[in-house]
Write a protein that binds this ligand. Structure first.
Ligand SMILES: [Zn+2]
Length: 271
C-alpha cells in the first residue's frame, strides 16, 4: 500500500502524454497542488499518524466493513500447489428449474438434492450465474467470461453466516458450449425469470473434474454485497470454451459485472 501522496503524484506523470489537451493540463495543475498541499500538511504536523500508518493498524477500505479475505483474486499458477483436496460430486438432481435475467447477471436455479463435497463437508447446489468478463485472473489474464456454480451450507443459527463453496469456470472464445446453448435463447430480455422443463438444462456430473490439481483453491468472499468471507473457492485450471456469439449475448444481457481483483493479504492459493 502506498502512502497518501504517492497516487496523486503518479497520476501527474501519467496524464502528461502526447494526447494531453488543456483539460488534462488543468488536471495536472490540480494534482500537483494536491501533492504539495499534502506534503505541507505532513511537514506542519509531524506528530500526526499518516494514513499509511493508520491503515497498517486496521487495513480496511474506506466505507466498506469487510475484512481481508476478499474475492476475486489474481491467481499465480506457479505458486499454487500442495492442497490435495478431496472433491466428490453428487449432481443427480442437477436439472435447472428456473432461469432468471437479474439485470446484473444471468442465473440458473437448481432444486434441492444435489451436492458437492469438499474435504468431507457437503454443500448443497443452489445456483449458477455468469460474469462478463471473468472476475478471477490467472497469471494476470482476464478471460471473457466466468461461470460461478454456488453451493451452500445453511447456518445452524440465524446469527451465523452461511458457508459457501463456489466452483468457477473461466471461458475463452472457441467452440459453442452445449449447456449454454440449451438455455440461452430462453433468457428473458428484461429483468424476469421463467420455469424450465426438467431435463432442458443439466449440469453434467461426468464433465466435472475431481482429480488432485484440477482446481485452484483459496479462502475468499462473495464478490457482490455483502461480500461474506465464508467462501471456499475452487477455480478449474482447465479453461473451457464458449462461442464468441454466446459470450457476446450474455455480455449484452448482463453488462460488465466483474468485481476487480482484491489483495491477497498473506493468503495462499493451493490446488
Ligand atoms: Zn459470481
Amino acid at each position: 500500500m502506498e502512502g497518501p501522496s504517492a497516487p496523486l503524484c503518479y497520476a501527474r506523470v501519467t496524464v502528461t502524454t502526447p494526447t494531453a489537451i488543456p483539460v488534462a493540463a488543468l488536471v495536472v495543475f490540480t494534482l500537483t497542488a494536491a501533492c504539495e498541499r499534502k506534503s505541507q500538511e505532513i511537514k506542519r504536523e509531524p506528530a500526526q499518524p499518516t494514513e499509511r500508518e493508520s491503515d497498517a493498524a486496521e487495513p480496511t477500505l474506506p466505507g466498506l466493513d469487510h475484512g481481508l479475505l476478499q474475492s476475486p483474486i489474481n491467481i499465480l499458477s506457479k505458486q499454487a500447489e500442495g492442497g490435495h483436496h478431496e472433491i466428490a460430486v453428487n449432481l443427480h438432481h442437477a436439472d435447472a428449474e428456473y432461469l432468471e435475467n437479474k439485470g446484473h447477471t444471468i442465473e440458473l436455479d437448481f432444486p434441492s438434492g444435489s451436492s458437492i463435497t469438499l474435504d468431507g463437508r457437503e454443500y448443497e447446489l443452489k445456483q449458477a450465474h455468469f460474469h462478463t468478463p471473468s472476475e478471477h485472473q490467472i497469471d494476470g489474464v482476464t478471460y471473457p467470461m466466468e461461470l460461478h456454480v454456488v453451493n451452500m451450507i445453511e447456518p445452524e443459527t440465524p446469527d451465523d453466516p452461511p458457508r459457501y463453496l463456489v466452483i468457477a469456470f473461466l471461458y475463452r472464445m472457441g467452440d459453442e458450449d452445449p449447456v449454454i446453448t440449451s438455455f440461452l435463447d430462453q433468457v428473458p430480455e428484461d429483468e424476469s425469470g421463467e420455469a424450465l422443463e426438467p431435463g432442458k438444462v443439466h449440469i453434467n456430473e461426468a464433465e466435472m473434474q475431481t482429480g488432485t490439481g484440477d482446481y485452484y483453491h483459496y479462502r475468499g468472499s462473495l464478490t457482490t454485497p455483502p461480500y461474506t468471507e465464508t467462501v471456499d473457492w475452487l477455480i478449474q485450471r482447465e479453461i473451457v470454451e464458449a462461442s464468441p456469439e454466446q459470450i457476446r449475448r450474455i455480455h449484452r444481457l448482463e453488462g460488465d459485472n466483474a468485481r476487480h481483483v482484491q489483495a491477497l493479504y498473506g493468503r495462499t492459493v493451493d490446488d
